[in-house]
Design a protein around this ligand. Sequence first.
Ligand SMILES: *Cc1c(COP(=O)(O)O)cnc(C)c1O
Length: 243
Amino acid sequence: MPETKSYETVSANVAKVREQMKEAAKRAGRDPGEITLVAATKVQTSDTIRNAIKAGITVCGENRVQELVAHLEDNAYEGAKVHFIGHLQTNKVKFVVGKVDMIESIDSVHLMDAVEKQAAKVDVVQDIMLEVNIGDEESKGGAAKEDVLALARHALECPHLRLRGIMCIPPATASEEENRGFFQETSQLFIDIKDELGDNGSNIDCLSMGMSGDYPLAIEEGSTMVRVGTALFGARPPWHPQG
Ligand SMILES: *Cc1c(COP(=O)(O)O)cnc(C)c1O
């Protein structure tokens, strides 16, 4: 685990990122107020998270169940919301459902049913988003583009789930031009889902796309939620996504 990042460091970075977000929104003729900065806090200490919240971060994004559980025990997220943004295994849903404000990474009927079952058990309505594998990468989480609409329909049949939107992580190797294409495609999918679901889709207001390397681009293409780690907390040591 890296050392705790000071309040001064984190707040300076938060200010820089927010400035970039504002400029990107302006270029796109959008209201910066409609875009949420989610701090991707993987591998960070509880004190770093506290410093980020003190610096104005209102939503933390957590990748790994183990870290989520530890930070919850520590009360590290006090004053902010928490989104689960990593790969979620069905046998771990009990550590996440009802403990976070949003699960951004639902990518199969199987996982959705497990989350619904747990939400029913603990008697909550869980906000969820669908993760789309927009680059059709074999090794990546996320539902296939063709399956997203069916997944959205399935969510409507789950009384303890509230569908809020979609999330994507384009291929790490994508060029800026390719990235823009992936963001445009995801934006269109977001619009299509809302159109298709009509009145049933009235809660769908979140389009989560953009990370440290590309969040201005994502905002230009319609993102309402950017998940930023490195630009707020510095480079991370290598880690293993399935851990
Ligand atoms: C780590 C992570 C991010 C943030 O990545 P950075 O490039 O460090 O900004 C965003 N989304 C997800 C799902 C992540 O795992």
